[in-house]
Design a protein around this ligand. Sequence first.
Ligand code: G3P
Length: 206
Amino acid sequence: VWRIIICLLSGYAFGCISTAYVVGKINHVDIRKYGSGNAGTTNALRTLGWKAGAITFLGDFLKAVIPIIVFRNIIFKDVEYNQLLALYMGLGIVLGHCYPFWLGFKGGKGIAVTAGVMAAFDPLLIPFFIVIFVAVVILTKYVSVGSMLISILLPVWILICYPGELHMFILGLLYVASAIFMHRANIKRLLNGTENKIGQKVKIEK
Ligand code: G3P
């Protein structure tokens, strides 16, 4: 149990590093006051352009990949259930990303981070992630729909590759629950037809 707590807490600390917020500050804006108000890749892209979006994605992706790989492959190398610990750590990272204490608990929605968790969990997931996500976004024009749908990939993968591992599967489902919960405002906008489509830009007045 102590290992789980360490993974959750250190994950939370890593998750709190908000790339979108830092990138915004470098550009002299609080990203959370523009566009959707979300401190994530999509909103960085929408408000600050593709370079800011790419850096935000990379930063958030790596803040999941690096700590998980270090903990699983070095610190908890000899722990038999270290793949389970990776999922716990990832949940901590998602939580820190979505609710960073130093930003008044107002962060992002955790999808770039979830992509990082999947990459660290099993790199084979990444081609599936890219193809499904890109296809859904191109077809629907809504990043939020792609984001929510792609989160399902993790529990499905666990079901296929780790049959009978109920504990892992439940953790996988928590990622889906988190993605849906974090997108609740997007779901409302989708239902009333006001959700931002990909490519829509936001004007910044400083
Ligand atoms: O991962 C976030 C994305 O799905 C939606 O972002 O800024 O449109 O709420 P946003």
